[in-house]
Design a protein around this ligand. Sequence first.
Ligand code: SAM
Length: 249
Amino acid sequence: MRIDVVTIFPEYLAPLDLSLVGKARARGQLDVRLHELREFTHDIHRTVDDTPYGGGPGMVMKPEPWSEALDTVVASGPGEGAVPTLVVPTPSGRPFTQELAQQLAAEPWLAFAPARYEGIDRRVIEDAADRMPVVEVSIGDYVLAGGEVAVLVIVEAVARLLPGVLGNAESHQDDSFAPGRMADLLEGPVYTKPADWRGREVPEVLLSGHHGKIARWRREQAFARTLAHRPDLVARWRREEMDKHDLKA
Ligand code: SAM
């Protein structure tokens, strides 16, 4: 997968060199290209923002540098009409979910447009949408100072779904929010050795080797955790479906 990020703070994306994403890049599974937005300005101050029409506090990112940057990204593609899916982080976007991560992981090419200030002039998004798929994405109901952190969140969630990126291909299938096995349930607690640590013992059932009992215990734990932390998800939970999945497993 190819990923382009246009930003005024390329250095904010240094974590993309680390850990799972960094290894995926080193293995050639991810081709990440960072573009400094100010490179696409033409004034001495390398201006990327201006005052908002209609008044109000804060500044708005100017359309010209963004459109030039996005044109350059598209032009550097493989040609033959290939365009990236443009991901625009914004608190007013569609909520980022595991399902959306999976949809994005199926794309060959993503470009990210993380903003600063009060966001990007709306016409940039409309202009891009005439030429490429655009998805505006919120990573949560809070406001960050800029979209770079949202890019890190989205790229990491997407990258771990790419074939061959996780050591164990099955490890994301039991994750919280993963469709299928544990649909709509958060993942329950996990344990490793030693079995007895500071007088706290690992639940006996996990040492039993009884797969059916372990699956039931995990489901009950997942349910309890979901009930405690995300009662909204519990409303969507259907026991029959979960039993069906366990029988199949
Ligand atoms: N005035 C904007 C609003 O209320 O929707 C907030 C702008 S915020 C200070 C600057 C940038 O940070 C946004 O344009 C976006 O790129 C990013 N950002 C902030 N919160 C975000 C969130 N929850 N999800 C995704 N991106 C976010």
